[in-house]
Design a protein around this ligand. Structure first.
Ligand code: PEP
Ligand code: MN
Length: 339
């Protein structure tokens, strides 16, 4: 249920609502709006009538059922788009389209520093790079692990770019969170509920990728796992789904942007690199994503894609990334936004 407070309701009225929700055995989540706050009461259906009665409390406008199975992620609970703060300079979900760029995996100090300097020069706002790599084959490069996180931190120190990196299990999540500015949940782990709950308890924003066989509703339910643990800083990422088509690595579902915008207040980022698997298709899909309303892009850029330890075929050379960014700026401006 959602308890909608009156505009300007007093703190003591809100505290009383929170106390009553707790007394009824529900968990409460306060969602602050610009004019009024709403309080989500999450729990099973049995106490619905008792919650409905909170409508009589002072400062309460009304009490409404949440119809969707996802609650905190739903537009029913929060009508304004969420802006997720990553650092002093970077927030995702506002009028700035946030570009995260860098290699698939951190391979060496030289490689990550060169990548970071290049993407920064072209106007990227964040650095990406995997230190823990969830590879399809156990014989493929698995990442530099903590050493990779240290190198990402070094690149951040040098460029000022906050970074996003993948977390692949609950055991190493605290360690990754100690270094990273944003935690990435990869496509292969997006229904790993133990991991989702764990990142819901860490105080870092989460970039949640859509699984390769996941419906939009399932993606939102995974976001709900994170949010119901207390972490509201979730950003959704469409990275392509499995279809019968083999001409591209995945089928990038750009219609997910308007569909999600009609269901959730959470920001939406597009990954055209994994979405297509081919560097030739990255720029056109990036322009299309901006036109469709994406809040950001995550793009693989490598100084030497031919020798990359993973995903070289879909990685842009820095020179190509630079050209793409210039054109992307025009698309952003045409849409009344900026890069
Ligand atoms: C990645 O971003 O490098 C990655 C492994 O992505 P995904 O989980 O979407 O395959
Ligand atoms: Mn990759």
């Amino acid at each position: 249920m959602i308890i909608v407070m009156k505009a300007g309701a007093a703190k003591k009225d809100k505290d009383e609502v929170l106390r009553r929700i707790k007394e009824l055995g529900y968990t409460s989540h306060v969602i602050r709006g610009t004019t009024r706050d709403v309080i989500g009461a999450i729990g099973d259906e049995r106490g619905k009538a008792a919650l409905q009665a909170l409508e009589t409390l002072h400062g309460v406008e009304n009490v409404l059922p949440i119809l969707q199975p996802y609650k905190l992620a739903s537009l029913e609970v929060k009508k304004e788009s969420s802006k997720v703060r990553i650092s002093d300079a970077v927030s995702i979900g506002g009028s700035q389209i946030v570009i995260m760029a860098g290699p698939c995996a951190v391979e060496s100090e030289e490689q990550i520093i060169e990548s970071a300097l290049a993407v920064k020069k072209s106007g990227a706002h964040m650095l990406r790079g995997g230190a823990f790599k969830p590879r399809t084959s156990p014989y493929s490069f698995q990442g530099l692990e903590e050493e990779g996180l240290k190198l990402m931190a070094k690149a951040r120190e040098l460029t000022g770019l906050p970074f996003v990196t993948e977390v692949i299990n609950p055991e190493t999540a605290d360690m990754v969170a100690d270094y990273a500015d944003m935690l990435q949940i990869g496509a292969r782990n997006s229904q790993n509920f133990a991991l989702l709950k764990k990142v819901g308890q860490l105080g870092k924003p989460v970039l949640l990728k859509r699984g390769m066989a996941m419906t939009i509703q399932e993606l939102l339910m995974s976001a709900e796992y994170i949010m119901s643990e207390g972490n509201q800083s979730v950003i959704l990422c469409e990275r392509g789904i499995r279809t019968f088509e083999t001409a591209t690595r995945n089928t990038l579902d750009l219609s997910a942007i308007p569909v999600l915008k009609g269901k959730t207040h959470l920001p939406i980022v597009i990954d055209p690199s994994h979405g297509t698997g081919n560097h030739h298709y990255v720029a056109p899909m990036s322009y299309a994503a901006v036109a469709a309303g994406a809040d950001g892009l995550i793009i693989e850029v490598h100084p030497d894609p031919e020798h990359a330890s993973s995903d070289g075929a879909q990685s842009l050379k820095p020179s190509k990334f630079e050209v793409m960014m210039q054109k992307l700026r025009l698309f952003a401006e045409a849409d009344g936004r900026k890069l």
